[in-house]
Design a protein around this ligand. Structure first.
Ligand SMILES: *Cc1c(COP(=O)(O)O)cnc(C)c1O
Length: 760
């Protein structure tokens, strides 16, 4: 607001009795003491609201530094010596007089917009279309009431060239006041809905009441739908033909028609108009529309709850939901209980399938809504944002998709190929190879798997927390974790005498006997494990310690994926066989023996013993070409385009200006980076992604959270899906580009990416 009125001038405008004086000018006005930002030069209108008298706020405004007040004549307040008080009969009327006076200071056109729906939308549209050619003053937000119009007019200033003022009424007689204040040169009628019908004798009375706004206009623009009323209207009217645009529902063709005709009147040519209408922000619809949980579509319009806006939203909901259920959710503020009846009547006239009033302190029952178009409206002070957010389907730009059915298929495939009595131990270390053990392990348990393997004790604890009741082998237990292991009934693998001794000590302290342990032998790989020559000593220890019993004996192959039966593997197998025979002969514990992992299992089926330890192949990956078509990949990795850019020939892309565009090119920015496992070594063409099935190489260096890819030959839009690993770029191809193996790709997928689980 840029006012400049002296105390004397205001006294005359208000026809007020003045108490006090000041040489300072009035620069802006306030009516809500909570919103005072610049007390200097501020004039406070003490309006009486619904609940409190405005005078209660006068003291508050004074405390904040305001010194000019407009108050009701009969107001009982404490007068401060350094303040100026204008005493008037009607505070709102005084504000309106100031607005009217202010409006008269300007000779540029003032355009009044009315209609029972679409005023704010139209105002934002017109602003979008002409603000590069005109200096526009427009009503802030949806300020269109008796108060709002006055505040809008006070926004006028001399450097503008046109003003758009919204005017809304809810009772007969109000429009005359608005007309007198605005004195519009032009009029716009947007549309005619059902709001406020009950206060008017019939439609026509309502229409004519609205159109008194246009009585003295040079020209008023009205939609085609009212063509038949033309000769009965007072003043000059221009009926506007409808205008269709594919981006808007057909319900908007009347309003777009008015926009088109009005722009033509302002000398825009047809081509310019088409371009501008094509680029109208859909945000101009004010309501936010997004996908909700349970297949719902949510229309979020919790900005206000006036009847005009509600009726606009209900019309919009109907357009959006042909053949779908319509649910209306209203968050009524306890400060406005009297509005309930009017709201109810309006909503019921639209016949929604369900209608919920949500009392304060209660939540929207999102779980009960399915495949519906849900309109949520609320009073601002209900602060419904959080409630609405709960109904929103979570969207993550970059996701790792785990196909649980594929995992089940792969397990079944192994079961069908192995001798019937051979068990499967599912390796779910490193959070199930990066796929999320808390989801995958319970799924496997439900599918009948009853042996799980992890690397560390805390991984086992996590499994217990996610409901795994089966046996869990901890392959690399830390001696410090003995308590944790015992507490959660985990089964440690023993690989050295020191470690075995410490664990037995822990058991003695707790007075536990016959605790299941697994013995790990190193048959040639030279990682953790007892040496084969230790076997007699190991047996002697266990024989003399009733605290432990052998539940398993195992070893691990170093060269299992070698397609030629390697002589090294044969030596390992022979060594393990000797160990197993020795324990079978000398120990009374009935233990499970196992040595084969995924790759070994089908190459050396005669060495399965009691169990195999299935890891990578369970997730669908193998080096064994004969198996490739039998297994199903379970991991896909997707992202979507954040931004698209044109890069002119000769410009550089990314850190270190390492990539120069040799031709004009189009690039897409994808929100995935080396922190997610898309390694930096994939920079500058080493790596690629697929968009619409087309290969798009990385250009520039991979950043921590982003990559840039060349999409010059792809017609792609923002938010289009980007495949990093999937049909077009399988796991092993991607791994090869990073000079590594699927294991490392999978376990390198960052935890911050959302995992999505699908079951077919
Ligand atoms: C990880 C692991 C496995 C599983 O290996 P895959 O090659 O993924 O099947 C088997 N045994 C041990 C000891 C492991 O650490």
């Amino acid at each position: 607001m840029r006012l400049h009125y002296s105390i004397e001038a205001c006294a005359e405008i208000f026809e007020a009795e003045v108490l006090g004086s000041s040489p300072d000018s009035i620069l802006h006005v306030y009516f809500d003491s909570r919103k005072i930002q610049q007390p200097k030069g501020a004039l406070f209108f003490a309006l009486s609201g619904h609940s409190r008298s405005g005078n209660e706020f006068v003291a508050d405004a004074y405390r904040q530094g305001v010194r000019f007040f407009v108050i009701a004549k009969n107001a009982s307040i404490t007068f401060e010596p350094d303040a100026v008080y204008f005493k008037v009969n009607d505070v709102l009327a005084a504000l309106q007089k100031l607005a009217k006076y202010h409006r008269k200071q300007f000779s540029y056109p003032v355009v009044a917009i009315t209609g029972s729906v679409g005023k704010t939308t139209f105002k934002e549209w017109i602003f979008h279309c002409i603000s590069d050619k005109f200096k526009v003053v427009r009503s802030p937000k949806s300020f269109n009431s008796q108060l709002g119009v006055a505040l809008s007019l006070l926004e006028m200033h001399e450097s503008a060239s046109i003003a758009f003022i919204e005017a809304g009424i809810s009772k007969p007689g109000e429009m005359k006041v608005l007309q007198d204040m605005i004195q519009p040169d032009y009029g716009i009628f947007t549309a005619f809905g059902k709001a406020h019908r009950e206060n008017f004798a019939n439609n026509e009375e309502h229409l004519l009441e609205k159109w008194t706004l246009f009585r003295e206009c040079r020209l008023a623009f009205i939609p085609h739908a009212f063509a038949d009323l033309e000769n009965r209207l007072p003043g000059n009217f221009q009926v506007c033909p409808t205008y269709e645009n594919h981006r808007f529902p057909s319900g908007y063709s009347g309003m777009l028609g008015v926009l088109n005709t009005f722009l033509a009147y302002l000398q825009f040519d047809a081509k310019e108009i088409a371009e501008r209408i094509d680029s109208l922000p859909t945000l101009a619809l004010r309501m936010e529309v997004f996908e909700g949980i349970n297949g719902n579509t949510i229309i979020n319009d919790t900005y206000n709850l006036d009847l005009d806006a509600l009726s606009e939203a209900l019309i919009y909901q109907r357009q959006l939901a042909p053949g779908k259920r319509r649910i209306v959710v209203i968050g009524l503020s306890e400060k406005h209980p009297h509005e309930r009846l009017e709201i109810e009547r309006l909503v019921e006239s639209f016949n929604p399938d369900e209608f919920h009033f949500i009392p304060e302190g209660k939540s929207i029952p999102w779980e009960d809504f399915h495949h519906a178009v849900v309109l949520v409206k609320a009073h601002r002070d209900r602060a419904f944002e959080y409630e609405v957010a709960r109904g929103k389907a979570l969207k993550h730009r970059t996701i790792v998709e785990i196909n649980l059915s594929a995992i089940k298929h792969n397990v079944s495939f192994y079961q069908s190929r192995l001798p019937k009595e051979v068990k499967i131990l599912a390796m779910v270390k490193a959070s199930s190879y990066g796929s999320g053990a808390e989801k995958v392990a319970p799924y496997l348990q439900r599918a009948g798997i009853s042996n799980f393997g992890v690397a560390f004790a805390d991984e086992g604890v996590e499994l217990r927390k996610s409901g795994i009741t089966s046996s869990i082998v901890v392959m690399n237990p830390d001696p410090e974790h003995s308590d944790l292991i015992i507490e959660h009934q985990l089964e440690p693998a023993m690989y050295s005498f020191e470690q075995l001794d410490e664990f037995i000590t822990a058991l003695i302290h707790r007075n536990i006997s016959a605790y299941p342990i697994h013995l790990k032998f190193d048959t040639g790989m030279h990682r953790l494990g007892f040496s084969p020559s230790d076997k007699e000593r190991v047996l002697a220890v266990i024989h003399s310690q009733p605290e432990v019993q052998i539940k398993g004996i195992y070893s691990h192959l170093a060269d299992a994926d070698n397609p030629n039966h390697s002589s090294f593997t044969q030596k390992q197998l022979a060594s393990f066989d000797a160990i197993v025979s020795y324990f079978r002969a000398h120990s009374s514990d009935s233990f499970l023996a196992h040595i084969l992992n995924s790759e070994g299992s089908l190459r050396y089926p005669e060495h399965c013993y009691d169990m195999i330890r299935l890891g990578i192949s369970m997730y669908g990956y193998t080096e064994n070409n004969a198996l490739k078509t039998s297994l199903q990949a379970s991991v896909s990795w997707y992202s979507s385009i954040s931004q698209i850019k044109l890069v002119p020939k000769g410009d550089f892309i990314g850190y270190g200006i390492s990539y120069e565009a040799m031709e004009d090119m189009t690039i897409a920015i994808i929100p995935v980076g080396y922190a997610d496992g898309f390694r930096r070594s994939l920079s500058n063409g080493k790596g690629c992604v697929y968009i619409h099935g087309i290969q798009c190489p990385v250009v520039g260096r991979v950043c921590m959270d982003m990559i840039m890819v060349d999409i010059t030959s792809v017609s792609a839009k923002i938010n289009d899906i980007v495949e990093i690993i999937g049909q077009n770029q399988p796991m092993d191809v991607f791994a090869k580009a990073m000079d590594t193996i699927p294991y490392e790709v999978m376990t390198g997928l960052s935890r911050r990416m959302h995992r999505v689980y699908v079951e077919e």
